[in-house]
Design a protein around this ligand. Structure first.
Ligand code: HEC
Ligand code: HEC
Ligand code: HEC
Ligand code: HEC
Length: 496
């Protein structure tokens, strides 16, 4: 009797397993059929909602980037930044990155992009849109790269409207991974690397991110009709280390702006995330950006790519523990130790560079000559470029811990050299007892650098209550914008 009971239980378990297996196979078949049926999506479809019915899991997880909505005002957190960027847009407004979902919102809202009143006004060029939207490669394809790179950003206010999404990383017709911004391929080849067409699938899992998370500048390029284009260019011709790019900019006498206090011809590092990743343990082992930021996820029998690009430390089980055998807690502790080491040097370098700018300002005031100041300004330029390079590629302390500490070390050295030279100059002109004011709040710092904050906010509000409303209506008429996609989103900024 016992034997039969046992057999019965075994058979029931077996039947149960078979049913589950068949269900899962069926589910997979449906999923596969959906993929094989090659949904009809237009090559240049940029409305992310249009992908939902064919790829619901990828769409839903992509949309979760909406959850990362907090504004972290970096100028409030580190007021020295206002002094470091005096005379440049970043001193007006600079927040930590948020989810991809907010890329368009944040570009429009930033005080850096000003308050255009028509398609031709506003301080920033069209190139400003480049890493914000799948509408960018669409416009480049329709109008040509050079037309895209000409004019002010408001020119495309009713064309570039959907946030970073499907058509940025995929060809919507086949859903193959694809990069549609030509400057990346050009730069890879210029640096002596393989072009995109010769890369592996694993490489592409990084390259789709590298089309945006890289160092770049706007290269002024004269056109046949006398106009000038501002062309997104990656400064990689000498290679991709911080020294290679520094030399590239120095050789062409490039500056992003002239510092308002120290008169230094400055460089602004953008976000060399890819270049830094390459130097770290993961980059060296070709662990791709997607391996950590877009790990596989299971739902029933279905395995798919989690499109919720965010901080992998919030998802360590899927993001890290697939490769690492230590406990989550000890891996996390290691990461946080790296963060602390970086923070220590980062803050020291920032303070040194801010003092150097202010002391240089004093030196000019008391009569220092161009010849005396030239070597000082060179040190300040290089110190700040290097410091910026490590922190602008936000979490490089994790992607490339040793490289970050090395670069911050050289930044501190150069800032120190500048200050030794400045001490001599100040002594020569009888200003030995000058002490740079301490900078303890964003407001105080903006006052020191003479920034008309209230006016900037006023202009921005006018833009948002006027032209912006028109632009959105136009985009809807053109059929490229679905207002439902942004319904109910709270308008978050650093200034309201
Ligand atoms: C930032 C880049 C990026 C964006 C944006 C993006 N994807 Fe992906 N997608 C990837 C990567 C990387 C993979 C993994 C591809 C691989 O290794 O085969 C992937 C895989 C896929 C796959 C293959 C099945 C799977 O889950 O692995 C589908 C389908 C897909 N994505 C749909 C979408 C849709 C729909 C959107 C927009 C809502 C979207 N993707 C937005 C990068 C992106
Ligand atoms: C089309 C350009 C573009 C592409 C492609 C892109 N990013 Fe981004 N990414 C951005 C921009 C712009 C932001 C900042 C958005 C904001 O603050 O509004 C950002 C923000 C982020 C953040 C911060 C998210 C948060 O919640 O704080 C992470 C992480 C990130 N990107 C990783 C990636 C990875 C990994 C890939 C490739 C799989 C990728 N990105 C592809 C432009 C891009
Ligand atoms: C080994 C895993 C791993 C790989 C590979 C990786 N990242 Fe990250 N990334 C992380 C972790 C962990 C963090 C969060 C660190 C922290 O707490 O600030 C992060 C943070 C980021 C952020 C900043 C988020 C923010 O809000 O500040 C961006 C942007 C980013 N990564 C882009 C990339 C890009 C682009 C690549 C490929 C070139 C890449 N990552 C490769 C693990 C990885
Ligand atoms: C696809 C596999 C893979 C994934 C996913 C991965 N790692 Fe790694 N990790 C590696 C490899 C390979 C190394 C290099 C090991 C070596 O050189 O011995 C490494 C090294 C490290 C190191 C030590 C190297 C250093 O930079 O100091 C840390 C810390 C680390 N990983 C943390 C993480 C965290 C945190 C995550 C998730 C956010 C993660 N890893 C995800 C494969 C992976």
């Amino acid at each position: 009797m016992k034997k039969y009971k046992f057999l019965l239980v075994v058979s029931l378990i077996a039947i149960g397993c078979m049913t589950a297996l068949i269900a899962s196979i069926n589910e997979k078949k449906v999923e596969q059929a959906q993929l094989n049926s090659v949904p009809k999506i237009d090559r240049w479809e940029t409305k992310n909602e249009e992908f939902k019915k064919f790829y619901p899991r990828q769409y839903d997880s992509w949309k979760q980037t909406k959850e990362s909505d907090k504004i972290e005002d970096m100028l409030e957190k580190y007021p020295e930044l206002v002094v470091l960027w005096a005379g440049y847009g970043f001193a007006k407004d600079y927040n930590a990155p948020r989810g991809h979902f907010y890329a368009i919102e944040d570009n429009r809202n930033s005080l850096r992009t000003g308050g255009p009143v028509d398609a031709k006004t506003g301080p920033m060029p069209t190139a400003c849109w480049t890493c914000k939207s799948p509408d960018v490669p669409r416009i480049m394809d329709e109008q040509g790269d050079m037309e895209y790179y000409t004019g002010k950003w408001a020119k495309y206010g009713s064309d570039i409207i959907n946030p970073i999404g499907c058509a940025d990383c995929h060809n919507p017709e086949t859903m193959e991974l694809q990069v549609n911004r030509s400057y990346l391929d050009t730069a890879l080849k210029a640096s002596g690397e393989k072009g995109l067409d010769d890369l592996t699938h694993q490489d592409m899992r990084t390259m789709v991110c590298a089309q945006c998370h890289v160092e770049y500048y706007f290269k002024k390029t004269p056109l046949a009709d006398g106009k000038k284009a501002a062309v997104v260019t990656l400064p990689w011709a000498n290679g991709t280390s911080v020294e290679d790019m520094e030399k590239y900019y120095d050789d062409m006498n490039f500056k992003d702006w002239t510092h308002k206090i120290s008169k230094t011809p400055m460089l602004k590092a953008q976000h060399p995330g890819y270049e830094m990743w390459k130097t770290g343990a993961h980059g060296k082992n070709n662990v791709s950006c997607a391996d950590c930021h877009m790990p596989y996820k299971r739902e029933g029998g279905i395995k798919y790519t989690d499109h919720h690009v965010a901080n992998p430390l919030d998802n360590m089980d899927n993001s890290c523990m697939t490769c690492h055998r230590t406990s989550e807690a000890s891996l996390l502790a290691t990461v946080n130790e790296k963060r602390k080491r970086k923070d220590e040097l980062h803050k020291k370098a920032m303070a040194q560079i801010a003092s150097a700018h202010l002391e240089a300002g004093k030196a000019w005031e008391v009569g220092a000559t161009e010849a005396e100041m030239a070597p000082v300004l060179k040190d300040i330029r290089h110190a700040q470029w290097r410091w910026d390079y490590t922190v602008a590629s936000h979490p490089a302390f994790f992607h490339a811990p040793e490289e970050v500490l090395r670069i911050l070390g050289t930044s501190l050295e150069k800032a120190g050299n500048a200050r030794i030279k400045l001490a001599k100059i100040l002594a020569k002109y009888g200003a030995t007892d000058y002490i740079a004011p301490s900078i303890d709040s964003k407001e105080k710092a903006q006052e020191i650098v003479g920034l008309p904050f209230a006016k900037l906010v006023e202009e921005k509000k006018k833009f948002k209550n006027g032209l912006l409303i028109e632009l959105k209506k136009e985009a809807e008429k053109k059929g490229i914008y679905n207002p439902e996609s942004t319904k109910g989103i709270e308008d978050k900024t650093s200034y309201n």
